[in-house]
Design a protein around this ligand. Structure first.
Ligand code: NAD
Length: 331
């Protein structure tokens, strides 16, 4: 199938070409899809977008007019696609249901340990010839209570690692996971999890009900000095409320791999630009906040599975077969 890979970086091309082995006609463009740029899809029945591409009703209408019949998403999340609009225009949507939950879970642990033991500060300090330990005091992870919000693939992989570190685990999910129960995760209502956890980590999808799940009221329930980690999707947290809680010193540490307004910033080099997002810039001023540019998934294993599944999705669609990777609108 002729497939246009949008928002393509050199690593996308490397992994997709290796998985494709010449089966499909892949064309790579750096262009980020939106209503304004959708014209690039002319002549491509399949598009392979990334999660910073905008696939709203307007873009999908243009894509349908240009002959697009299939979207093969290079992601698990599909909150960037208006699925009912895609169905209305006869565009099938397929995703990578599961790639490497370890990539995100291990990155989440990296954020927890960096914030706890101040590794981001220690790195610079030693390079400056400053070997003082003042300000670098951390705590043992062993014995601490960690609240995992969303105990699917990534939440479960995280629970396994934290169990090995000797943490007490609380979970919140609309569907408790038997594997997590076996690992010793205790399911509690969201408010109880927020009140009792010293560390809280988000692993639920972004859907209308979860937008700003973590708002001022819920942050107020967290214990003084709590650590909050978000490696899921930016809009799960009300960033303005987060900043207020950092300024009042209610929150002790925050790790963000994702940001509410990341579409304007991430996956591009802005080093010569003036960044006009004052909320984002304010976040960077806190010594107890680390922000990364949506890289939790970025391991060789994850990219290789994403590429292989994407090519299999193109095969499946071309052969007219069914697959659990199809995304269908909720009825
Ligand atoms: P998953 O589908 O396996 O797990 C999600 C869990 O959330 C499920 O157990 C589900 O029951 C629960 N859930 C769904 N809606 C809920 C709600 N309203 N309230 C409470 N629980 C709810 O997904 P996953 O593979 O574990 O991924 C989780 C999220 O991580 C993805 O949706 C994606 O946004 C994010 N992600 C981020 C990166 C990154 O690089 N930072 C990479 C991959 C995934």
């Amino acid at each position: 199938m002729r497939c246009l890979v949008t928002s393509a970086r050199p690593y996308d091309e490397q992994f997709l070409r290796a998985a494709n082995q010449g089966r499909h006609d892949l064309v790579f463009v750096e262009t980020t899809l939106s209503a304004e740029t959708a014209f690039v899809a002319q002549g491509f029945p399949a598009i392979c977008p990334f999660f910073n591409d905008t696939l709203d009703a307007h873009t999908l209408e243009t894509l349908a007019r240009l002959g697009t019949r299939l979207l093969v998403l290079r992601s698990t999340g599909f909150n960037h696609v208006d699925v009912p609009a895609a169905e209305k225009h006869g565009i099938a949507v397929m995703r990578v249901r599961d790639y490497s939950p370890y990539s995100v879970a291990e990155f989440t642990i990296g954020m927890m340990l960096t914030l706890n033991r101040h590794l981001h500060k220690a790195y610079n300090r030693v390079r400056d010839g400053n070997f003082l330990l003042d300000g670098l005091l951390g705590f043992d992870m062993h014995g601490k209570t960690v609240g995992i919000i969303g105990t699917g693939s990534i939440g479960t992989a995280l629970a396994r690692i934290l169990k090995g570190m000797g943490c007490h685990l609380l979970g919140y999910d609309i569907a408790p996971n038997p594997v997590c129960l076996e690992l010793g995760v205790v399911y509690v209502p969201l408010e109880a999890l927020l009140r009792k956890s010293q560390i809280i980590s988000l692993h639920i999808p972004l859907v209308p009900e979860t937008r700003h799940l973590i708002d001022a009221e819920r942050i107020a329930l967290m214990p003084e000095g709590a650590m909050l980690i978000n490696t899921s999707r930016g809009p799960l947290i009300d960033t303005k409320a987060l900043i207020a809680a950092l300024k009042s010193r209610h929150l002790g540490a925050v790790g963000l791999d994702v940001y509410e307004e990341e579409a304007e910033l991430y996956f591009r080099d802005h080093c010569d630009d003036i960044i006009c997002d004052d909320t984002f810039e304010r976040l960077l001023t806190f010594p107890n906040v680390i922000v990364t540019g949506h890289q939790a998934f970025f391991t060789r294993e994850a990219l290789s599975t994403i590429a292989e599944t994407t090519i299999q999705n193109l095969d499946t669609y071309s052969q007219g077969k069914d697959s659990p990777n199809y995304v269908r609108a909720a009825r």
